[in-house]
Design a protein. Structure first.
Ligand code: X8Z
Ligand code: ZN
Length: 607
């Protein structure tokens, strides 16, 4: 299985009209024993094709060429064809009362695909090719400021420029330049949507969005309401941060560029997608204690290389009691961008054989940001390993937000005290530095929340047909304005396809998981710190070296998808609901400070 990448999977849902046909094909009342044999066979075959598709995807993403795209598309199509076949056969067992484990497997079998293809083989082939080509296009994407014959910047280089430059004109040029990547994808994206919707309808779902929302052990509408509920709890915190950052950016760039009551221009937030704002931290006037440190500089000064960065991450997990990564991890992973070929640089974590062939693929930069991302990726790998003795259909996280939350939870323990323990800094800043620390954390964790929410709000609207291809870009910017309070630096129109410039859209990876993960990771951390016997402020807690906490975490991870996520959550936290109070409490001292600053400086709130 792959995380953070195009989902290669198989699906079986039980469309009503297929039930009758299946009964004709297999006359006689089906038994529980037959259902068991069917599931065993289905799991074995899905597992086999899943591993093949995984290997093909690894090669395609590490060597983007026409041939590898085709190989990967073929492997994907084979997996999809099997899923359609299984969907039809599964219909035979509708109405049979199954023991809970088998019933859960049937349910997961119906939802296992990332994006269901229609049953027509020609359309399956077309969809698989569209997915591989969109993914490949993003991976090959470059901005060539001096034309194609000049020097070109890939996504890593563009991201570096966006993080470091404070030259408004240059940032604008880079922003516009990178967003060109999306435009040619538009017709293929629209066709992919048509095919995914058709496949979803054939399987009994309203559209591909309803299919994605059905994967949360609750009705799809209840899930939509749930994410809105969580966002409502966090909106006031976001608004306070937005107001403060806007005010600070206006000091840097002037009131005519950053208007006091308007949205923040999307090119000024230190990130090409304005999704996390940690790179503009140096522009913020929060009080810096004497002992404050710059982890990027420390790592650079020590000449830490990419593998060294990964070793730090592994060291955290082993300190919790997890076994070290296998030798093959170090041999097979990709840590740095090869100079001689196109690869998909967007970080991802793999368990190629769903046993122990763990790998990451990432174009590592020696920065604090990537230090955290490495923990994120390794969280996927340690989760994959923790559930690898589950049957294939349970080899997944409790819900996809859990998978995205594990490494981030561990990275919350990368506190100053932890950095001192492992010898990266000499002294821990005093409590008076907490606001500054929390501001840094909020610039990535809180700033991200509305972004995490809108990618799939947009796709849900697109999949349902509420937004037509002729309105793709308008709908995108409407949501970005409404939830994030950001605006493009230049007027956009329907010749642009700005969602295509964000990996997960051409990569066709659902995104609500990251929104959930931002909330869950604080909930997990609160529980783990409690288990570790810690009772101080949550932002100062590090579970480094705590085997009890590690054991509790592992218990939840080892469940895989064998239980509804509510039960997995309860195992670790004692709570059955996703709960935004953990993140809100973590940032509570910062909220007070932000509101005070906004008042003192006369910064307006909202846009
Ligand atoms: O895609 C990722 C990970 C891989 S699953 C690097 N993330 C999202 C993004 O980059 O947009 C992590 C945070 C959000
Ligand atoms: Zn991830």
């Amino acid at each position: 299985m792959i995380f953070c990448s195009l989902a290669i999977g198989v699906v079986a849902q039980t469309p009503k009209n297929d039930v009758r046909k299946a009964r004709r094909d297999f006359p006689g009342a089906p038994t529980v024993a037959e259902a068991g044999a069917f599931l065993d066979d289905a799991e074995a075959r899905l597992f086999d094709l899943g591993v093949k598709a995984s290997r093909a995807a690894w090669v395609q993403q590490n060597f983007i060429t026409e041939d590898t795209e085709q190989i990967s598309a073929d492997a994907n199509q084979a997996a999809t064809a099997l899923s359609v076949e299984l969907a039809k056969k599964a219909a035979r067992f509708d109405g049979v009362t199954l023991p809970p484990v088998m019933a859960r497997k049937m349910k997961l079998l119906k939802l296992a695909s990332g994006f269901p293809a229609p049953s027509d083989p020609a359309e399956q082939k077309e969809l698989a090719q569209l997915e591989a080509s969109l993914d490949g296009d993003y991976g090959k994407g470059k901005w060539c400021p001096d034309g194609a014959s000049g020097k070109c910047l890939d996504v890593t280089a563009v991201s570096k420029l966006m993080a470091e430059s404070r030259d408004e004109a240059e940032l604008k040029r880079a922003w516009i330049g990178w967003h060109v990547v999306g435009a040619p994808m538009r017709p293929r994206y629209a066709r992919m949507v048509e095919l995914g919707d058709k496949g979803s309808r054939e399987l009994g779902f309203a559209d591909a969005g309803a299919f994605w929302r059905s994967n949360y052990d609750m009705p799809p509408d209840a899930f939509s309401a749930e994410v809105d509920r969580l966002w409502d709890q966090l909106r006031p915190l976001y608004l306070s941060l937005h107001a403060y950052v806007r005010g600070q950016l206006a000091k840097q760039y002037g009131d005519n560029v950053v208007r006091a009551h308007g949205p923040i221009p999307a090119h000024l937030l230190g990130n090409i997608w304005a999704q996390e704002w940690n790179n503009v931290y140096p522009l913020m006037d929060s009080p810096k204690p004497e002992q404050s440190y710059d982890l990027t500089k420390i790592l650079e000064d020590r000449q830490t290389d990419a593998a060294g960065m990964v070793r730090y991450g592994e060291g955290f997990f082993t300190s919790l009691g997890f076994a070290p990564l296998p030798k093959t991890f170090w041999e097979r992973s990709l840590f740095t961008k090869p100079a001689d070929r196109d690869v998909v640089c967007h970080a991802s974590a793999w368990d190629v054989d769903s046993k122990d062939d763990l790998r990451i693929k990432m174009c590592i930069q020696i920065t604090q940001e990537d230090f955290v991302t490495i923990h994120h990726e390794l969280g996927h790998n340690f989760y994959q390993r923790a559930y690898n003795t589950q049957p294939p259909l349970f080899q997944n996280s409790a819900n996809d937000g859990f998978h995205e939350a594990v490494g981030d939870t561990v990275a919350l323990s990368v506190t100053p005290e932890y950095l001192k323990k492992i010898g990266l800094i000499e002294s821990v800043p005093p409590a008076s530095g907490d606001v500054d620390y929390l501001l840094q954390q909020a610039l990535s964790k809180v700033a991200f929340l509305p972004f995490g929410l809108i990618i799939d709000k947009w796709r849900w609207e697109v999949f349902s047909g509420q937004v037509k291809p002729a309105e793709y870009n308008k709908a995108w910017w409407d949501l970005r304005l409404k939830y994030q309070g950001v605006a493009p630096p230049v007027a956009r129109n329907e010749a642009n396809f700005d969602p295509g410039a964000k990996y997960h859209v051409p990569g066709n990876t659902p995104y609500m998981r990251y929104f959930l993960a931002r909330i869950l990771q604080f909930q997990f951390q609160r529980a783990l710190c409690r288990e570790a016997g810690y009772s101080g402020p949550l932002h100062r807690c590090s579970i480094y070296g705590n085997k009890v906490a590690g054991q509790r975490l592992n218990e939840m991870l080892a469940l895989g998808a064998s239980k509804p996520w509510q039960e997995a959550l309860e195992t670790l936290t004692g709570e059955k609901q996703m709960d935004a109070t953990a993140i809100a409490d973590y940032f509570a001292p910062l909220k007070v400070w932000l509101d005070d600053q906004n008042k003192k400086n006369g910064y307006a709130v909202g846009w």
